[in-house]
Ligand binder design. Structure first.
Ligand SMILES: NC(=O)c1ccc[n+]([C@@H]2O[C@H](COP(=O)([O-])OP(=O)(O)OC[C@H]3O[C@@H](n4cnc5c(N)ncnc54)[C@H](O)[C@@H]3O)[C@@H](O)[C@H]2O)c1
Ligand SMILES: [Zn+2]
Length: 356
């Protein structure tokens, strides 16, 4: 990942580039945890743990905790098992948990660490593209409640985040694409130049694009860590995206979607709403829809699925006073917060998607 790359000096600092692992080794010798725990899922245990141990030799003696892979395990039952395991394996308040995995592992592991004995230190080592550019950075941790996404959680930064794109070599293509969605989101809310670069992505340039995405996310989060306003822009495309993801998780009848797949649809719908309400440019609406549908194909929303998805919007965490509030854009990088949107227009956005 090129030269030394560091964002931040304190809690939540992100280390990339060639020296990232040196920094982790230094942090470990500085904090001298009483016990070291590494959380993986079944895939990252196989594909990422051996490389991780090569980079961090003392992890050879770490206690490895494993969870089943996938969003359906991002729940309190998995947390309970891990709290129990930490407890039975002698974790104390000076123990350290390293989350080695995708966004499910970093979201859930951060929550487990932040609540175990009222909070032990944790470090994120993201292994999926989505976790590198988004989930592992910014301090949001949590789990799903039934079908509702991220309803239980806490904002607390990891001690550090270590980025190494070498992990991506074993990441399945569908999950790689899922990460691209969040990079497109960063482009839409922040910079047309970055948006264009991501749409022309070549895997050979992924290092720089990942770093640029993290810089964008970090800039937003550091200006508004507790999500009073600006940070809501990181939720662009997620109001409908999460509702689609939740609905598909719950309903056995339809194909489930990866987070990034659902948010890709959510971004197209949000761009359409932005276009209709605030004149978001048709050229960007079309270019990003072409790009995202090119990667993911088109989802079919049948029967009364759209009605059900709209019903789920009421659980969105940005809502106040029971009103659904969208983040929309006037143009790339120019947002409008707390927008109310009529159901009729949401149906129209699905029509646009269907006919595109
Ligand atoms: N906290 C935040 O701010 C934030 C932001 C965005 C997304 N998220 C959350 O992130 C989650 C999605 O993250 P994700 O897409 O990384 O999902 P994930 O953790 O399920 O990882 C995707 C899949 O890839 C596998 N995998 C990961 N790294 C691998 C590697 N290097 N080689 C082989 N296989 C690998 C995993 O085992 C899993 O099967 C969602 O739960 C979403 O809500 C959180
Ligand atoms: Zn997301």
């Amino acid at each position: 990942m090129g030269d030394q790359k560091i964002i931040g000096k304190e809690r939540g600092a992100v280390f990339g580039g060639e020296t990232a692992w040196d920094h982790l080794n230094t942090i470990l010798s500085k904090i001298q945890p009483s016990r070291l725990f590494v959380l993986t899922d079944e895939n990252t245990r196989t594909h990422c743990l051996p490389y991780f141990i090569k980079k961090i030799p003392i992890a050879q003696d770490a206690e490895v905790l494993s969870m089943p892979a996938g969003e359906s395990h991002k729940n309190i039952t998995t947390c309970q098992q891990l709290w129990q395991e930490l407890s039975s394996k002698g974790a104390d308040r000076k123990s350290l948990l390293i989350n080695l995995g995708g966004g499910v592992v970093t979201d859930l592991g951060g929550f487990v660490a932040s609540t175990f004995q009222r909070g032990i230190e944790f470090i994120n080592v993201p292994t999926s593209l989505l976790a590198m550019v988004d989930a592992s950075v910014g301090g949001k941790n949590g789990v799903d409640l039934g079908m509702l996404k991220n309803q239980v959680g806490i904002i607390r930064n990891p001690k550090a985040v270590i980025l190494d794109t070498a992990f991506l070599e074993t990441l399945p293509q569908a999950h790689f694409n899922s990460g691209i969605t969040e990079m497109i989101k960063h482009g839409l809310i922040h910079s047309e130049a970055y948006l264009r670069k991501v749409m022309e992505i070549h895997k050979s340039q992924v290092d720089d694009l990942v770093w640029e995405s993290v810089l964008i996310k970090n800039e937003v989060v550091s200006k508004d860590p507790t999500e009073q306003g600006l940070r809501k822009t990181l939720n662009y495309g997620h109001t409908l995206g999460h509702a689609i993801e939740s609905f598909r998780l719950r309903s056995g009848a339809y194909k489930t979607l990866l987070h990034g797949e659902a948010v890709a649809v959510g971004l197209i719908l949000a761009n359409y709403l932005s276009h209709r309400l605030f004149g978001f440019p048709k050229s960007v609406l079309d270019a990003s829809a072409t790009y995202l549908i090119g990667i993911f194909g088109k989802e079919h929303f049948g029967g009364n699925e759209i009605e059900e998805i709209i019903k789920l919007l009421i659980f969105d965490k940005k809502n106040t006073d029971g009103k659904v509030q969208f983040v929309l854009l006037e143009k790339v990088g120019a947002h409008r917060l707390n927008c109310e949107v009529e159901d009729k227009l949401i149906h129209e956005s699905f029509e646009f998607y269907k006919n595109f």
